[in-house]
Design a protein around this ligand. Structure first.
Ligand SMILES: [Zn+2]
Length: 454
């Protein structure tokens, strides 16, 4: 086991997750069942500060079966072992190691029948590196674990791996074929941090300068997607105005408004009358590491009286089997450009699930803020709907699609072609975006910490 861990150290975090899983299966399988007759004794607990990690050592009378759970608020690891007696006579049952500059608080508790919980609370997000048993000279065993500070995301992944994985899930993940993903972050040709995406920017490039540019950015990035364009006019109005034009006009107004707000940087998926594939639209958000994605549309209906604005976000499809989805190579296209290959397959899977779930949650927060601002708009609200629209499929960026009104409705077509009405509507989106930025930097921060993705 020690050899494994040494090996792991050399190859780096790449295999961390893989080893975590196997190591814990190993622990469970080879736990010592033989000496169940006498209760285990906890003889001591101590901790050491090793610069990049904290090592916690629990001295016991024997090696016992262990299971682990991670919790937040405070960040803790709960080690469940068979009922044990506290025999550390000079050490209290709960305490901290602050005298050694180690911000870990431990609690020893027999709070489940037949089970002893040893809880270690840590002041920041953390991950577990090593977790193993050693013989103790002079008899007894030592349970050794290394705890290191990590990102919120790493904590979540670690937590997932210990708390939520069913055996089946794990097997399906581990038996799935490894996949190769695009290595370099791709950008639009000529893309600059403060440049609009133009007609000429369609070709992608793989350039390390671009990578640095994005890494160093500090702005909150909004990708605005004017729906349709080029050969695809979208809905056609009562007086024959075209959805694609209305959408582009509104998008440009929004683009200008947002770029006038300090700390916000807006991009357009198209700035001219051109056709862009739906997938290509959200890939722009992906390449830019956008914080949010807003697609602007105008509704159409055969019923002339149909009216009102609506807002869409991705379906929270409960039957969506992400393991199956992930195994299907065609579906993997959704993950194009997400640079996950430095992670193990299992980590990729967990990350993907977390992203998608979080993305949905944050999309809902964004749509709530927009709907709130729209309340006083002189128009009928058709409210919020969840749909698996292709343009909303980007796995990380919170995304909404706004139908600004019915172009097929005589009165609303007039509004949609009225610069005053549009700037009033768009201003409400800008305010909502600013409120979102101020309220939910959390997701932004998490996303920024994903080293292998960005
Ligand atoms: Zn449309």
């Amino acid at each position: 086991m020690l050899t494994l861990f040494r090996y792991k150290k050399i190859i780096g975090i790449k295999f961390k997750f893989f080893f975590k899983i196997f190591f814990f299966s190993y622990l469970l399988i080879f736990a010592n069942y033989l000496s169940a007759q006498t209760l285990n004794e906890i003889r001591n607990i101590r901790a050491g500060n090793h610069d990049s990690f904290f090592r916690v050592v629990v001295e016991t009378s024997k090696k016992v079966e262990t299971s682990i759970k991670l919790k937040k608020d405070p960040y803790s690891v709960i080690i469940k072992i068979p009922e044990s007696l506290w025999r550390a006579n000079t050490t209290p049952r709960k305490g901290n190691f602050l005298h050694k500059n180690i911000p870990i608080f431990y609690t020893f508790k027999n709070d489940e029948i037949g089970k002893t919980n040893l809880t270690l609370s840590i002041n920041k997000p953390f991950s577990l590196d090593k977790f193993y048993w050693l013989d103790k000279s002079g008899g007894g065993k030592r349970l050794v674990m290394d705890i290191y500070y990590s990102s919120e995301t790493d904590f979540l992944v670690t937590q997932k791996s210990f708390n939520d994985f069913s055996k089946q899930e794990l097997e399906s993940v581990l038996s799935a074929k490894p996949k190769t993903l695009e290595k370099n972050l791709t950008l639009f040709k000529g893309q600059k941090n403060d440049q609009l995406i133009t007609n000429n920017d369609k070709k992608i490039r793989t350039n390390s300068n671009g990578n640095n540019l994005l890494k160093s950015r500090t702005n909150f990035l909004v990708v605005i997607d004017p729906g349709h364009g080029g050969k695809d006019p979208g809905a056609i109005g009562y007086s024959k105005s075209l959805e694609k034009d209305v959408n582009l006009y509104a998008a440009k107004i929004l683009y200008n408004q947002l770029n006038n707000i300090e700390g916000i940087k807006a991009f357009l998926t198209r700035s001219e009358d051109e056709f862009i594939e739906l997938r290509e639209r959200y890939k722009i958000a992906q390449r830019l590491k956008a914080d949010i994605f807003i697609s602007l549309h105008s509704d159409g209906s055969k019923i002339e009286s149909a009216s009102g604005y609506s807002i869409f976000s991705l379906n929270n499809d409960p039957d969506f089997n992400e393991a199956e989805f992930y195994k299907n190579e065609n579906n993997q296209k959704v993950l194009d450009n997400v640079i996950l290959e430095e992670e193990t397959l299992a980590t990729q899977y967990v990350l993907y699930k977390i992203y998608k779930r979080e993305k949905r949650n944050y999309s809902i927060k964004l749509k709530n803020l927009i709907l709130e601002e729209f309340k006083t708009l002189p128009a009928n609200s058709r409210g919020w709907k969840q749909r698996n629209f292709a343009v909303l499929q980007e796995p990380i960026t919170p995304s909404v699609l706004i139908e600004m009104g019915f172009i097929t409705n005589k009165k609303e077509e007039k509004n949609l072609n009225d610069p005053k009405y549009i700037s009033n509507l768009v201003e409400r989106i800008s305010i909502a975006v600013l409120k979102y930025k101020n309220a939910y930097l959390k997701w932004y921060t998490i996303a920024q910490q994903l080293p292998s993705l960005f």
